[in-house]
Design a protein around this ligand. Structure first.
Ligand code: GLU
Length: 417
């Protein structure tokens, strides 16, 4: 597959939407580039006494609507361009669900599975030390992303608070509940994917309960989306991870598959599957709904030509290349974009931040109810824009709504000095 630079994909998505908007070209230009980038090399002592170097980035893409917000990923493919694209997607994601944040992203280029827990802790604390001057509950608020979770967020919070000599739990979200994390945060990304899928099928005059589903990626977003789609009576027939996929025409027991993955590290080898299949087979299965929940660029134009699902709901960030998007639009496949369908994570991060600032914890029911309201309202706003602007697809409608909100905030602020 040709290397697609996700930062160029982001810029193309903005240009596509700008064509439908009356926003000055200099404003659009600004919205296509990050405000600032921290690029660091972390020197960290390994368990054996050697010192290793790790490239690390934090990109603050745009802060017109509020403090910068976005996760931190640990992955060998992390690069400045990837983190920049992901930071930009955060800006537009927060704008789509209308929460008062700008967008940021961070990453460290390494594979955490090859390091011990104490090494990962030292790497995380080294990064947190670099981040300390630029983060904070009113500046920039990190969160989990690929291969990071509560454990890493707790370390970042502790490093930040220790160095700052304060308590400021709202400086980081996605923490464990015992460290100020929110109920419902772990499930939130997958929950927004399920809610988007449910609304999408309803919008198209079909019922989610009659849908067959394939989920690519069985990490935090994909596994929870699969379980919640199962709960609303959809039939999840195939799931996969980086090792491969499994298929059962009668539907998989999504929770049992998750338990198998927790035990063995992969969905592959799950004993009750009908058969195994490759990731590419999964993406082109004859299902009603495809949920890409892994990494960027999972579906390129070639795969897009063979996709048989008629609805795609993106749980991952940037899983379709721009060329794939064009092919799917032409083939009348409905794509409900990442900046809506996985926005539950950052939305419940927002709730966590609100709770931290108020020093008052909400119940899980309240979290889930507020999340449902925000995602369904955003969905309605996007389909209104899709119909009103005569745009080619729902993604472009999402960018139209989001760019308008960011551009309005930029305009209100003006340029200073
Ligand atoms: N990493 C998640 C995302 O891509 C969550 C970000 C957050 O909670 O700030 O949306």
């Amino acid at each position: 597959m040709a290397e697609i630079n996700p930062f160029e994909s982001l810029q193309e998505q903005i240009d596509d939407a700008a064509a439908y908007l009356d926003v000055a070209p200099d404003v659009i230009d600004r919205l296509k580039r990050p405000e600032r980038t921290l690029s660091a090399t972390l020197s960290v002592e390994m368990d054996g006494g050697d010192v290793e170097q790790f490239p690390a980035y934090r990109v603050q893409f745009n802060g017109d609507r509020g403090p910068y917000k976005g996760g931190i990923r640990y992955h060998p493919n992390v690069s400045e361009d990837e983190v920049t694209a992901l930071a930009g997607w955060m800006v537009y994601k927060c704008a789509v669900v209308d929460i008062p944040y700008g967008g940021a992203k961070g990453g460290i280029a390494f594979d955490p599975r090859e390091y011990s827990a104490s090494e990962v802790e030292r790497i995380t604390r080294a990064f947190a030390t670099e981040l300390r001057p630029i983060i904070g509950e009113d500046r920039d608020i990190p969160a989990p992303d690929v291969n990071t979770g509560q454990r890493e967020m707790n370390w970042i919070k502790d490093t930040y608070e220790t160095l700052e000599r304060t308590t400021e739990p709202g400086a980081v979200t996605g923490k464990a509940p015992s460290s100020g994390g929110s109920a419902g945060r772990v499930e939130a990304t997958g929950r927004s994917t399920m809610l988007t899928a449910r609304e999408a099928f309803d919008y198209l005059g079909r019922g989610i309960e009659d849908a067959t589903v394939a989920v690519q990626g069985y990490g935090n977003a994909g596994s929870v989306a699969a379980e919640l789609l199962d709960d609303v009576e959809a039939t999840v027939v195939a799931v996969s991870d980086s090792q491969g996929g499994i298929y059962d025409a009668d539907g998989l027991d999504t929770s049992a598959v998750k338990a198998h993955k927790r035990e063995t590290g992969s969905v592959v080898g799950y004993p009750d599957a009908g058969r195994e299949l490759s990731n590419e087979d999964l993406l082109t299965l004859d299902v009603d709904l495809l949920v890409p929940a892994a990494l960027e660029n999972a579906v390129d134009a070639d795969i897009a030509r063979d996709v048989q699902a008629d609805v795609i709901v993106e749980a991952a960030n940037g899983p379709l290349t721009p060329d794939a998007d064009d092919v799917l639009t032409e083939r009348d496949v409905y794509v409900f974009p990442d900046i809506l369908a996985n926005a539950g994570g950052v939305t419940v991060s927002y709730f966590e931040w609100v709770q931290n600032r108020q020093r008052f914890a909400w119940t899980e029911q309240r979290v889930n109810d507020e999340l449902e309201r925000i995602v369904t309202d955003a969905f309605d706003r996007l389909v209104d824009a899709y119909e009103a602007h005569d745009v080619p697809n729902v993604r472009t409608a999402a960018y139209v709504v989001a760019i308008e909100r960011v551009a309005d905030a930029a305009d209100d602020r003006g340029v200073w000095p």
